[in-house]
Structure formats: structure tokens, C-alpha cells
Write a protein that binds this ligand. Structure first.
Ligand SMILES: Cc1cc2nc3c(=O)[nH]c(=O)nc-3n(C[C@H](O)[C@H](O)[C@H](O)COP(=O)(O)OP(=O)(O)OC[C@H]3O[C@@H](n4cnc5c(N)ncnc54)[C@H](O)[C@@H]3O)c2cc1C
Length: 318
């Protein structure tokens, strides 16, 4: 059996966009499917908890770190077909979008400025500006350890059970590492595609607190129908509601603002004054500061509006 070089005691903070948190007891960067399988076998044989690390842009790692193995699938190859692309799960969204824009492949323009890897995006069905990654997925390949052997599983988009910020890979109990994603595309004018993607990047630069470490939106948006009447009417008056009438959503940033929490801070963590669903690390935040602030928001929102906010970010080591 091929040996793999598993690292010990690896700092996770530099591998996350929040830039906080402790060490992983074990860490391995897998560059091939075979290495993904071997690292998963190692975790299985040593009975180690396993965490899959993508770009680290949607996670909060505890200050005490993670007492298990973090595996980073770093497979980045992009293989084109006639009207589809096969992409390694460790490829950054930015690199996949650039590849598509250069060739006039349409379907990913909405993701301009979306950080992270394509594997992470598929797992959480990332989306923005009305687009979602699931809309262009044809197939997803992943590795699981079944009967003590790594097994490559190929699923159609339908079998991935995609829904709002979720998929089978998120809800399933046993860990599966996404290794490859097959995307299908239309062909469109390159300049027009570039213009749309650029517009999204500029929107993000103007409206998101990109000047500080953060992990994007902390909470999922809420179904407008769940909001109390007073809040619903106010959101409607201010034009804050989004989506089709039967599936109208209320931005959680609006709910947090209406709870008077914009700019509130604990230690080095602050509810962004630019976008209230972002928490920013003002320089010296600990994971505990961020975690306490998240819980404070949940408590205040529940008390004032009887709404239960659900995290979009994933916790590690809590
Ligand atoms: C500035 C900023 C803006 C953002 N804007 C948006 C936005 O508009 N829309 C949006 O949806 N999100 C947004 N995000 C959140 C984040 O970028 C996305 O959710 C992204 O898709 C996460 O990918 P990642 O590779 O960084 O995943 P990570 O943060 O590394 O991991 C997230 C989860 O996915 C799992 N995972 C990662 N890779 C794999 C894999 N290969 N196989 C199986 N599981 C895996 C991890 O175990 C973890 O549970 C934003 C984040 C930031 C910092």
C-alpha cells in the first residue's frame, strides 16, 4: 500500500478566511483520488474524527482546535468536454469561473467574487444573486469508506438532493469527500458573461466587509412567512423581501439590523456595520469571541421576533 505523509499539529487559522482557531491534530492534503481514499482509510483505522477542508471560507474553528484529521482534497484539474466541464473539487470557484469566461461558457456568472472551492460550494449548494451551483451540476463524484475499502460514488444532480444551502453531502451522517464535479454549460457571448461576473464582484466589494477576515453570511436567510407581521410589513415597505411570492425570503441582515445589533462587538469580533449578516475579525478576535457573538444574535433575535436563526457556517472543534 502506498504511504502518505500525514502531518501532525497543523495550524488551521491560516487555512480559513476568519483567520482564527487552533491546530488540527492531523492534517493531510490529498492531490489524487487515491490519496483521498488512503487518508480516509487512515481516519477509519485509527478511529479519528474526520473533517473535510475546502477553502475554509465557511467555517469557524474553535480556539482549542480539532482533535482529529483534517483532509484537504486539493485536486484541481479542469477537463473540458463539448458542453460540460469536469472539475477537481479543490479548484477555486474563481479559477473555474475564469476558465468559463475565457471560453464563453455560461452558467456560473452569478458566482463572481464567490470565494472557496467547488467541492465546498457543492456540499452547501452555494448561491448568490438568484443563482445556485446546483443549477449547472450534471454529476458529482465522491469517495466514501464502505466495508473498509474506499469507494468512488458517482451521482446525478437529482440524487444529490440539493435544496437551499444544502445537499445530500451535508445531511448524510457518514462523511463523503467530493473529488470531482461535472458541470454543464450553454455557450454565450464572452464579453457579456464577463460584464455580468464583474458586476457581481463590484457589488460584493461595495456591500461586503472584505477589508476584514470573515466567513461570509453567518446565518441562512429566513422564510418571509415565518416572520412576525410587524417585521414582515416593515420589510415589505422597505423592499427588503426577495424571491417569488410563494418562496419569499427575508434577508437575515435586515432582521439583525431591526434587532439593533449592527456594529455590536464582543472582544475582537464585530457585527459588520456594512452588512449585518457578516461578523468580522477586527484583528485580534478569538473563535470564542465570534461564537459568543453568534449566540448573542440568536438569543436577541429569538427574544424580539420569535425567530430561530440557523447558521450557514459550519463549526469545527466545538
Ligand atoms: C466574503 C465571503 C462571501 C461569501 N459569499 C457567499 C455567497 O454569496 N453565497 C454562498 O453560498 N456562500 C458565500 N460564502 C461562504 C462560502 O464562500 C461558500 O459557502 C463556499 O462555497 C464554501 O466553500 P469552501 O471550499 O471554502 O468550504 P469550507 O469552508 O472549507 O467548508 C465548508 C463545508 O463544506 C465541507 N466541504 C468542503 N470541501 C468539501 C469536499 N470536497 N467534499 C465534501 N465536503 C466538503 C466542509 O467539511 C465544511 O463542512 C462567502 C464567504 C465569504 C468569506
Amino acid at each position: 500500500m502506498k504511504l502518505i505523509n500525514i502531518q501532525q499539529k497543523t495550524k488551521l487559522a491560516p487555512l480559513t478566511s476568519f483567520r482564527v482557531g487552533g491546530d488540527a491534530k492531523f492534517f493531510f492534503e490529498a492531490k489524487t483520488n487515491e490519496e483521498v481514499g488512503l487518508a480516509m482509510m487512515y481516519a477509519y483505522e485509527e478511529s479519528l474524527p474526520l473533517f473535510i477542508l475546502g477553502g475554509g471560507t465557511n467555517i469557524l474553528v474553535s480556539d482549542g482546535g480539532f482533535d482529529g484529521i483534517a483532509i484537504k482534497p486539493n485536486i484541481k484539474n479542469i477537463k473540458p468536454g463539448e458542453d460540460f466541464l469536469s472539475v477537481g473539487s479543490g479548484a477555486s470557484m474563481e479559477s473555474v469561473l475564469d476558465y468559463c469566461l475565457e471560453r464563453g461558457f455560461s452558467g456560473l456568472e452569478w458566482s463572481g467574487g464567490l470565494p472557496g472551492t467547488i467541492g465546498g460550494a457543492v456540499r452547501g449548494n452555494a448561491g448568490a444573486f438568484g443563482g445556485e451551483i446546483s443549477n449547472i451540476i450534471s454529476e458529482v463524484l465522491s469517495i466514501n469508506v464502505i466495508g473498509v475499502q474506499p469507494k468512488l460514488i458517482r451521482r446525478s444532480s437529482k440524487d444529490c438532493n440539493f435544496s437551499y444551502r444544502s445537499s445530500l453531502f451535508k445531511t448524510k451522517e457518514e462523511k463523503e469527500i467530493i473529488t470531482e464535479v461535472v458541470l454543464r454549460f450553454d455557450h454565450k457571448n464572452k464579453d457579456e458573461l464577463r460584464r455580468v461576473a464583474q458586476e457581481k464582484i463590484q457589488y460584493r466589494a461595495a456591500n461586503h466587509p472584505l477589508e476584514y477576515p470573515n466567513a461570509g453570511s453567518i446565518f441562512k436567510n429566513i422564510k418571509a412567512q415565518d416572520a412576525p407581521e410587524e417585521l414582515f410589513e416593515r420589510a415589505q415597505k422597505l423592499g427588503k423581501l426577495k424571491g417569488r411570492p410563494e418562496r419569499m425570503m427575508m434577508p437575515t441582515a435586515f432582521v439583525i439590523e431591526e434587532t439593533d445589533l449592527k456594529g455590536f462587538s464582543i472582544g475582537g469580533a464585530e457585527i459588520s456595520t456594512k452588512h449585518a449578516n457578516f461578523i468580522v475579525n477586527k484583528g485580534r478576535a478569538t473563535a470564542k469571541d465570534i461564537f459568543s457573538l453568534i449566540n448573542l444574535v440568536k438569543e436577541k433575535v429569538a427574544k424580539k421576533w420569535k425567530l430561530d436563526l440557523e447558521e450557514e457556517i459550519q463549526y469545527l472543534g466545538f
